[in-house]
Ligand binder design. Structure first.
Ligand SMILES: Cc1cc2nc3c(=O)[nH]c(=O)nc-3n(C[C@H](O)[C@H](O)[C@H](O)COP(=O)(O)O)c2cc1C
Length: 171
């Protein structure tokens, strides 16, 4: 399957990055194709709500930023992975930007399954992010293929990395 990971941490060697690496390793071992998009490094603006995409644009966003290279990639994805640190009880702002820019295309049309990977400092801080994830996949009609969280004490541990890898392999 074609798997696209939207990686939403600004820390390239951080805790979310470790989960993404383990996920990609497991997915590749299972024969999947994996593309990781480091959204924090991209130039992605917020949606302007100008409705150009739904009126004159025929599904094309008027903003000429890095979303223009991301749209074709997510449009081919069969599995979408959202990977984020928890920032103030929700997904990072860096990850919210591309999600909200789905608006032009409604949602990536070939996606069948979605996965959520979250890293945090504290335990039990995931409700906001999970609620958003579940709402989005409900709206888009994606299957929930799994949610993995890691707090301090779990981040980067062998056990957590094995859990992430096993999920990727199970897809
Ligand atoms: C802006 C900001 C907000 C944060 N908010 C939370 C929070 O609400 N709850 C929590 O447990 N950790 C919070 N953290 C800690 C991160 O979620 C945690 O360190 C995570 O492992 C970072 O992942 P990363 O290494 O991939 O960047 C916050 C960190 C930052 C920088």
């Amino acid at each position: 399957m074609n798997i696209v990971v939207l990686f939403g941490s600004p820390r390239p060697k951080g805790n979310t990055a470790a989960m993404v690496e383990a996920f990609a390793e497991g997915a590749k071992e299972a024969g999947h194709q994996v593309t990781v998009i480091d959204v924090a490094k991209k130039n992605i603006k917020g949606c302007l709500a100008c409705e150009y995409c739904h009126n004159k644009g025929n599904g094309v966003c008027i903003q000429k930023d890095d979303m223009q290279e991301i749209y074709p990639v997510i449009n081919e994805a069969e599995v979408l992975v959202l990977a984020s640190p928890v920032y103030y009880f929700t997904l990072s702002a860096q990850l919210q930007l591309p999600i909200q820019r789905f608006y032009a295309i409604q949602y990536p049309q070939k996606v069948k399954k979605a996965v959520l990977l979250l890293s945090s400092h504290s335990p039990n801080v995931y409700d906001g992010a999970i609620r958003q994830f579940e709402s989005i996949i409900g709206y888009c009609g994606f299957e929930n293929a799994g949610i993995i969280t890691a707090c301090e004490g779990e981040n980067k541990t062998e056990a957590k990395m094995a859990e992430v890898k096993a999920l990727a392999k199970s897809l």
